[in-house]
Design a protein around this ligand. Structure first.
Ligand SMILES: Cc1cc2nc3c(=O)[nH]c(=O)nc-3n(C[C@H](O)[C@H](O)[C@H](O)COP(=O)(O)O)c2cc1C
Length: 302
């Protein structure tokens, strides 16, 4: 039996490990480097209706504690994405989730519909990008719900909505996207951050503010998962933020996640999921845990 199998509601996963969007590129270019069979699913980088050029450099900065990025979701647009990657993605030995992004509701509908036709297994909705009013969709329950409803209208595939820990309270957004048809939530994307070089006095990112990721955001993401699993116990959660070890995966599961996405840790080691997967199995055997799903939401209260 596979001790690592889990599920997001009725959607089965052979492993709780998910590759987080944008951290292994389009996935296809890592096919010779990474053993994708260790992931329950791998999420491709977000794709928009038209090509996006991304932001001016510097747009990625390694701080002493985590990564700041403002790539601006550079991508070739859905038409070219399908022509370049759809076939390669179908040949990866894991479930591939497409990630949709747009500045307006119609754009999400268009991309989701084309991605579904291209053969992805599920659609992830990146709600962290600014809408036409300039604020991230993910901060507003009703706007996030409108996006999810548009994607629900475009496809019968399972849908995951990727939330932001910057939203307060995050459970209100989770409730809204669940009501609008999301099958699970990914908790969460980067949190907003910034930095300034004390010598040059220049911001670390050309656009001043960007997304902060890596180890320091794990407690923030764990807090978000705890809040959502407390308020919406029936909603399936993919935990995400600062995962680089098997122990981190277990922490997210205990908090209430059913699966866990690995992001920035891929930059240090694209093969990190293989090690985490082996260590998870070792942990389960050592602690006589038959199935990893026993751990979901199973933290002990003081
Ligand atoms: C360079 C970079 C690019 C990213 N691109 C995307 C993206 O295209 N779509 C998306 O939904 N999230 C994107 N993310 C966010 C990650 O998927 C993940 O949610 C976030 O980094 C938190 O996880 P981590 O701390 O493990 O990195 C990106 C993150 C980084 C660092």
């Amino acid at each position: 039996m596979n001790r690592l199998s889990t599920s997001l509601g009725s959607y089965p996963l052979s492993s709780p490990l998910i590759a987080a969007s944008g951290t292994l590129g389009s996935l296809v270019e890592f096919a010779d480097v990474v053993d994708f069979s260790v992931y329950g699913a791998a999420t491709a980088k977000s794709v928009s209706p038209e090509p996006w050029q991304g932001n001016a450099v510097p747009r990625l900065a390694h701080t002493h504690s985590g990564i700041l990025n403002a790539i601006g979701i550079q991508n070739p647009g859905i038409e070219s994405w399908i022509a370049s990657y759809a076939e390669g993605l179908r040949n990866l030995p894991t479930e591939v989730w497409g990630s949709v992004v747009a500045h307006g509701i119609d754009g999400f509908h268009v991309v989701a519909s084309s991605m579904a036709d291209a053969g992805v297994a599920a659609i992830e909705i990146n709600l962290s990008c600014p809408n036409l009013a300039g604020a991230p969709f993910a901060l507003e329950p009703s706007i996030s719900a409108d996006v999810v409803a548009a994607v629900r209208d475009a496809t019968d595939l399972p849908i995951g909505a990727k939330l932001s820990s910057d939203a307060q309270p995050i459970s209100a957004v989770a409730q809204a996207v669940s009501d609008a048809g999301a099958d699970w939530v990914i908790v969460s994307n980067t949190v907003m951050g910034a930095g300034i070089d004390p010598v040059t006095r220049r911001p670390l990112l050309s656009g001043l503010i960007g997304g902060y990721s890596g180890a320091p955001i794990r407690p923030i993401a764990i807090r978000s998962v705890l809040e959502i699993s407390r308020d919406l116990p029936d909603l399936a959660i993919v935990g995400c933020g600062g995962v680089s070890k098997a122990e981190h995966v277990i922490e997210f599961l205990l908090a209430g996640a059913s699966a866990v996405a690995i992001g920035s840790a891929h930059f240090k080691s694209p093969r990190v999921a293989g090690r985490i997967s082996r260590d998870l199995t070792r942990f389960l055997k050592k602690h006589h845990i038959v199935s990893i799903s026993e751990l979901i939401g199973a933290y002990e209260r003081w």
